[in-house]
Ligand binder design. Sequence first.
Ligand SMILES: [Ca+2]
Ligand SMILES: [Ca+2]
Length: 502
Amino acid sequence: MNAPSAPVHLPRVCYEIFVRAFCDSNGDGIGDLNGITSKLDYLQDLGIEAIWLTPIHPSPTYHKYDVTDYYAIEPEFGTMDDFKRLLAEAHRRNIHVYMDLVINHTSTQHPWFRKASASTKNPHRMFYWWMTQQQIDAKGIGRRQLTADSWEANPWHDNPGDAEKYYGMFTHSMPDLNYDSPLLRYEVSKILTFWLNKIGVDGFRLDAARHIYPDWVKHRNPVFWEEFGKEVDRIKPGTYTVGEVWAPTEEVGPYFRGLKANFHFDLSYHLQRILYQGTHQDLVRKLLDDYAIFGRYNPDFIDATMLTNHDQNRIGSVVEGNIALMKLAASMLLTLPGQPYMYYGEEIGMLGQKPDERIREPFIWTEDRDDPQRALWIKPRYSRRATVRPLSLQQQDPNSLYHHYKKLIAVRKAEPALAQIHAPNLAETPIDNDKVLAYFRPHPTQPVLIIHNLLDSPQTIMLSDTMEQYTRVIFQTLPAAITDRDTIQLPTYGSILLGLSF
Ligand SMILES: [Ca+2]
Ligand SMILES: [Ca+2]
């Protein structure tokens, strides 16, 4: 018997929620599930069709990316009944709910690891990676190359009183799981069945997807996800999956064999470069090349795009708090192909730079000093009322960043050329000016031409003959552009979306 689930359409705009920081419902200062439920109307009104929740399972850390029980809800965040209500209320609003599944590693406090570390004879021993120092040295795997997602150079950790060490590539408190164990694979299948069929989540975001098998056997990772994808589709056909493969495009490609979507980290960096260098960086060419790579592995690939996520400096800080550049960033994200993910607070221009806690500061709901739903889990350093206009004020200002996002999301959903997710439609324009980013979103009847001014001053752009037919303004940054038959004058960092005249 299947639990009730959301409609089958593919969400066109998604939203990542760092649960602890989003909305506090009970005044303990910690964002929680009931808080999210109370903001579903807000998210629906903004135009969001799916939410990705950072991990909600019991865990000793504030971020919860090291699980101690895959079948329960972290008490700081609420109860299973709270989560079921969140799901039901989200589905009532046609919002899908994606759960963060962290199965590369567990917490050292997970019962599996407690048993595994207590005895070499315990069946759970095989759930993890164990080696003696001699074996580690013989294989030459004592040290690992640092990556954007882990600065752990010495991944083998002592288990006091044990001749063997265990492998934890992120830190000693996060022991990596070893999927050579059939019993572990069976346990993960049970976990998937529970959340998909008993509770009714709509999909999973797969944490650390490229690290499931360690670096010395990393070729096995895409194969693992292919098997995982088949298992998910066996349990609940069509379930959405999105992988965190924090790597260059070439390395991401093979993961589309098993995962329906993967985050496009290369694009995130590329968009950031465009913003701080003020040149187009051959973005369209790059994307067309990337799509060709992804399509080689799965023609139905879903390109999950974002400006930044909870592990990257916030886009607001990348552009040093410049609202016009934040609008430009939003205009690029929401007019390019793919399935965009916003990071909570991006729509009000929240700021934040590493360390990680600082890019996960509380959402600022109202201008009130007590702002009762604002989380207090950390004292904000970057996103304060003095530096970020609270949502309540931006909602009253039609020229705010919030309204820029809201209007763009509505346009993205209304224009079929923009809403297309599978088989990304994108084409170059004849504009030859590296201070302008322009592209077509081709469509049989309603193609869209998008032009962004990357200069910190107004710029006049010449239109070629083929572009002159695009006279219908679908959307533009305020203040408005000045359009003539064959020229457009775009304001500083301004964007314009043009359709064919009727
Ligand atoms: Ca709370
Ligand atoms: Ca691993």
